[in-house]
Write a protein that binds this ligand. Structure first.
Ligand code: AMP
Ligand code: GLY
Length: 428
């Protein structure tokens, strides 16, 4: 089979690696890919946001499956464009991708179908005064979210009215998030452990992958600014079998059914960002794609044929036994450039990449290659990931940091507490 993976981050490196291990694979293209994916297939320097370029390439190369990594091409209609030419796609159509692209769409769906999530209200720009009025009688903290995609910066947790008003002003008056902020969702602040669960679906049936936990804040102990994710581990002990069953019954199955029943059949990875509250699991957000960096931790734990799973889902009848999880632990630590998620420098040479340890995978993200040397080229640079056969997060954590200690670039920054939330609450 000829397969194209769209995207260039650590997530796409992880997808490409897993796909490259399938006996079904004939040829792999990564568009545009990164220096890590270059070893697994052919990197193709096309713009993932240019649907026409990608469709032309896939037709010319007779691609049989396109796997779309990031949200932007999906909300931009890349899956629709490819499907209209008869190419199978793992990833939702534009309408279904609204589950991530328009938070108000996702919230309304959850309200209509009784899917547990934070209580909320939606306001449009012309309801500015109503939004302030609502905030005056609200309890704090409260969460203000720009409706559209705002590069992970559109969520503000406000501790008091002034901060909440500033967030609404940013959306409605200062256009800080462009048109993504023309609507806001104001929602109840939830507390509990967070978990990320991926449901792979053909639109009707699904399989869940081992649950992961992300670390979104830049600083240790979950302090400082929000980032794209500074590390993840899997599986998380906060989602045991009983909890997973509850998540499936109350969230995953009803959401997939609701999407289909409302004419938005969802094919791809439904990312469920969850808060495990006292009242049970509730949805923080849905994403229309695999999570980054959770994917880097989850995929290496899977046995079986991952490509078969994706292809069968994209073909309309998912092969639920194509992959399985039979134990093991994984910890992924993100090595970032100093300054991220604010301004940072690029172009620092990376040393020590030649780690030869079967328990360590170094996924590339913001890197570039020049004359065989690798340099930093982004905020999140590398994902150092351990994979061990035992269910032992302590060992997996040690292994990931052992890998990290061998790598170096000027200004390297990483959190030292990835997986600690699980280790502090350990039950084994
Ligand atoms: P999102 O971009 O929707 O994932 O939000 C980013 C982060 O903000 C989440 O991972 C949570 O840590 C936090 N967050 C979002 N919504 C809520 C909420 N209703 N209650 C508490 N924390 C939230
Ligand atoms: N790790 C969070 C996300 O992929 O949105």
């Amino acid at each position: 089979m000829k397969v194209a993976v769209i995207g260039s981050g650590g997530r796409e490196h992880a997808l490409a690696l897993k796909i490259s291990q399938s006996p079904l694979l004939e040829e792999l293209f990564i568009i545009p890919g990164n220096p890590g994916t270059k070893k697994l297939g052919s990197n193709i320097a096309l713009n993932p946001d240019d649907n026409d370029e990608i469709v032309d390439f896939c037709i010319n190369q007779k691609i049989e499956l396109a796997v779309v990594g990031p949200e932007k091409p999906l909300t931009n209609g890349l899956a629709d464009a490819l499907r209209s030419k008869g190419i199978k796609v793992f990833g939702p159509d534009k309408n279904a991708a609204r589950i991530e692209g328009e938070k108000s769409f996702a919230k309304k769906l959850m309200e209509d179908f009784n899917i547990p999530t934070a209580d909320f209200k939606v306001f449009t720009k012309d309801q500015y005064q109503d939004a302030l009025h609502y905030l005056k009688s609200s309890r704090f903290p409260i969460v203000i979210k720009a409706d559209g995609i705002a590069a992970g910066k559109g969520v503000i947790i406000a501790d008091n009215f002034e901060d909440a008003k500033a967030a609404v002003d940013d959306c409605f008056l200062n256009s800080a998030f462009g048109s993504a902020g023309d609507k806001v969702v104001i929602e109840e602040f939830m507390t509990g452990q967070e978990a990320s669960v991926f449901a792979i679906t053909d639109g009707k049936d699904y399989v869940v992958l081992p649950a992961a936990q992300d670390h979104k804040r830049i600083g240790e102990g979950d302090t400082g600014k929000n980032t794209g994710g500074m590390g993840a581990y899997a599986p998380t002990p906060f989602v045991d079998d009983v909890m997973m069953r509850e998540i499936e019954d109350t969230i995953i199955k009803p959401t997939i059914d609701a999407m289909r029943e409302t004419g938005n059949q969802y094919v791809g990875c439904l990312y469920c960002g969850l808060m495990l509250t006292q009242e049970g699991p509730k949805v923080v957000e849905f994403n229309c794609r695999f999570g980054d960096p959770e994917t880097q931790a989850v995929l290496p734990l899977l046995q079986g044929d991952f490509l078969k799973l994706l292809y069968s889902a994209a073909s309309g009848t998912i092969e639920k036994t194509a992959v399985s999880y039979n134990g093991g632990s994984s910890v992924c630590v993100v090595a970032a450039s100093k300054g991220y998620p604010g301004a940072y420098e690029k172009g620092k040479e990376i040393k020590g990449l030649e780690i030869e340890d079967p328990q360590i995978i170094v996924y590339h993200a913001g890197t570039k290659e020049e004359n065989g040397r690798i340099f930093t080229n982004g905020g999140r640079v590398l994902n150092i990931t351990s994979v061990i056969k035992e269910n032992n997060l302590i060992k997996a954590k040690q292994k990931a940091y052992e890998g990290l200690s061998k790598l170096y670039f000027d200004g390297i920054y990483y959190r030292k507490d990835i997986a600690d939330k699980a280790l502090k609450n350990r039950v084994d």
